[in-house]
Design a protein around this ligand. Structure first.
Ligand code: RB5
Length: 143
């Protein structure tokens, strides 16, 4: 899979570890930054990832900031993005099964790297359940 990834200063360490891990699993990674631990603004990195998901440049994305909320809120401004914030493995599974999230968002300051790695694996290995969940997804942008 071709996976886009981005973070702010809070998520650089986890992003770099995830890139190494996922490259090792044979995935292609597109890094949208930041690559610095200097304080920065998460929308500057979330929007380029969202554009790549919307255009099909990448198959899916992973975004990391301190709480995950800044990334999720920004990413979800894009109609072609469903960014789901996860904080444990069960939520990471459900965000694919029920919400078909095409971007997984994780909180660098509130989850260990091992938990983040486990959430990424869980989200990537689950399938969207469809059915009533598709009906609900269809209503998200229909208002
Ligand atoms: C950065 O201090 C922090 O605000 C950011 O990483 C994120 O948690 C925002 O939602």
């Amino acid at each position: 899979m071709k996976i886009g990834i981005c973070c702010d200063h809070a998520g650089v360490e986890y992003k770099n570890k995830l890139i190494s891990y996922l490259l090792g699993k044979g995935h292609e990674m597109v890094n949208f930054g930041t690559d610095s631990t200097e304080s920065c603004d998460y929308p500057d990195f979330a929007h380029p990832l969202a554009n790549a998901v919307e255009s099909g440049e990448v198959d899916c994305g992973i975004a990391i900031c301190g709480t995950g909320n800044g990334m999720a809120i920004t990413l979800n401004h894009h109609k072609g993005v469903r960014a789901g914030l996860a904080w444990n493995v069960e939520v990471a599974k459900l965000v694919k099964q029920h919400n078909n999230a095409n971007v997984l968002v994780v909180p660098a300051r509130f989850a260990s790297y091992n938990m983040v790695n486990a959430m990424v694996r869980a989200w990537m290995s689950e399938e969207f359940a469809g059915g009533r969940h598709q009906r609900r997804i269809d209503k998200i942008t229909n208002y």
